[in-house]
Design a protein around this ligand. Structure first.
Ligand code: SR1
Ligand code: MG
Length: 407
């Protein structure tokens, strides 16, 4: 019989005490449940006397955001821990340290990042992070290159991909990102003011064709071990450090999906900024930073990925002149298309973003949704013919220039 049971605060303390060489045997530990995500319990266990703490994350057997009617496999906790271990080995300074875990209890024990801010909240609060593009571009390039057929033994990659079959979490993405927003689905979630825009999405065949092509890539292209849910709520930041958490959606998929996720969430914050900026100068300054950061994320990813390919590529045929350029062009186009899908799902799909939903001013909130949908649709429709990240920046700026005119 399985020993699984959702942890109480006392269970979390008892488990934390069993981690070798962390807390002193006589330490008096405190514990709080701090999980604010859609799926899991998160406990922070601390020894205030010694100023030491750790995090215990436990998967629930269902989606917390919906309830027990939406069962989810506990194996996602193992997948998350193994993905974190690979990512930490490849980018130790960009991923929290893992202290332990238990597959049956569906828990992972890891470094506490209490001194950090969740990037989504940091952006909402008006902060900018000048090292972020370099850090996340390097994280994505390194973790994806070394888990792909370009950077690892191709037979080992096949065996590794078998450890990351993640059907329940992939189905969430397949439904919530690549299907529901494009039909009148029960799980959709939007305010009535946005219904006309949602209905346009349901009837837009040109859009549906591009989404079907992107969905096919998500379903079939096992290019690299993705993080799988790389939004700004999965990234902790300080002014000079970045840590990526929460890869429970990890699976072997198309490289552009992770880069697209980061860019989509920067664009969602871009669309939201009139609701958070006190005056036009601040608005322009923040939006300029967001657009520069979008360019920087792609450019740092591309630079690092090409450098790794040239120096450490394991596939002889991939050295064929011209192949790398074609490959990078495909990744750019996928990135843009996936980013568009990820923007659209956060406006009409089940799960939204605080950047937009917590804007107090109703008109600003409505405008942010309209701007985001405008950008998202453009990205999906134009992604397949794009040749530069500068086009994304132009489309976002053009959508912002229309604000007020199309609400
Ligand atoms: C039912 S889970 C909803 C969303 O939360 C996660 O962070 C993923 O983005 C997922 O799509
Ligand atoms: Mg998450």
């Amino acid at each position: 019989m399985s020993s699984y049971h959702p942890f109480s605060l006392e269970d979390a303390i008892a488990y934390a005490k069993s981690i070798p060489d962390f807390f002193a045997a006589d330490a008096v530990l405190t514990c709080e449940e701090i999980g604010d995500g859609n799926l899991n319990l998160v406990f922070r266990v601390a020894d205030p006397q010694q100023n030491k703490s750790l995090i215990i994350k436990q998967a629930l057997p269902y989606a917390k955001v919906v309830g027990e009617s939406w069962p989810l496999s506990l194996d996602r906790a193992r997948i998350e821990r193994e993905a974190l271990e690979i990512q930490h080995r490849l980018c130790p300074e960009l991923v929290p340290a893992i202290y332990g875990g238990d597959n049956e209890l569906a828990i992972t024990v890891m470094e506490d990042l209490s001194g950090y801010t969740i990037m989504r909240q940091g952006l909402i609060d008006g902060h900018t992070y000048d090292h972020f593009a370099e850090h996340i571009g390097r994280f994505i390039a390194t973790t994806l290159f070394y888990t792909s057929d370009l950077g690892m033994n191709q037979q080992d990659k096949k065996l590794q991909s078998a450890r990351f079959i993640n059907p329940d979490l992939c189905k969430i993405t397949e439904d919530l990102i690549f299907e529901d927003p494009y039909r009148d689905a029960d799980n959709n979630n939007f305010t009535e003011d946005i219904r006309p825009e949602a209905e346009k999405l349901w009837q837009d065949n040109e859009l549906h064709l591009e989404v079907a092509l992107l969905r096919e890539k998500f379903l079939t292209r096992g290019e690299a071990l993705l993080h799988g849910d790389l939004h700004t709520g999965s990234i902790f930041v300080t002014s000079d450090s970045t840590k990526v958490i929460d890869p429970e959606f990890a699976y072997y998929g198309p490289i552009g999906f992770d880069i697209g996720a980061v860019i989509a969430n920067l664009l969602l914050n871009f669309a939201a900024q009139p609701g958070w900026s006190d005056n036009d100068a601040i608005l322009q300054e923040r939006r300029t930073w967001l657009l520069a950061t979008i360019g920087g994320v792609w450019n740092h990813f591309e630079h690092n990925f090409r450098k790794l390919w040239d120096a450490h590529g394991v596939d002889i045929m991939s050295k064929t002149p011209g192949y790398q350029d074609l490959y990078m062009e495909k990744v750019l186009q996928d990135t843009i298309g996936f980013a568009g899908c990820k923007v659209i799902r956060r406006i009409v799909g089940l799960s939204h973003v605080a950047d937009i939903d917590t804007i107090k001013n109703e008109l600003h909130r409505h405008q942010a949704k309209v701007t985001a949908l405008d950008i998202g649709k453009q990205l999906v429709k134009q992604g397949r013919s794009a040749s530069s990240i500068a086009e994304v920046i132009e489309w976002a700026a053009a959508a912002a220039a229309k604000e007020g005119a199309n609400v």
